[in-house]
Design a binder for this molecule. Sequence first.
Ligand SMILES: [Zn+2]
Length: 186
Amino acid sequence: MNIPDNKYLGSLCKRGHDYEGTGKSLRYASGECFKCQHERQVEYFHKPQNKKHQQEYNREYRQRPESKERHREYVQKPEVVERQREYQREWRRKPENKEYHRKYSRKYYHKPEVKERQRERMLEYTRNSIGKLTDYYVRGLIMQSSPLTREDITQGLIDSYRICIIADRAVRAADVALKQHKEKVS
Ligand SMILES: [Zn+2]
């Protein structure tokens, strides 16, 4: 039998944790039963107040600049991005989520502050990104909006799609500018 390091077989504990049929409990050098300690830990984290404490701690942890930085780096990894996208696609494909997604996004995107933010972001984006339509980025867009896989997407398709994007952005930017002009005038 294998007795882990720093532990020994002692008398059977109050909870009767029999280690591999020996009739004895596996104990730490301190004398505490290994299984009891583990169970107490699990019980601790299942109590509502401790759960809450843990959640608060996690939240606080995520707010730290170094955590945010690490998270940002992590989510930008291509394999993580791809996995996340696949997950979202999968989620939206399920009938029960389709309805939810539609309802939620309708409500969300109708909030004035969200609309405004969206518009700002798009304008900013249009201004900044015409020169940044890399093959990688354009391929990603094609994959998002079509069932094509990476292998299906040729250089020619990427080049054509890039032109469409530029045209589309120009039209949208003009549209937004016109709307803003009208708002100012009225
Ligand atoms: Zn025990």
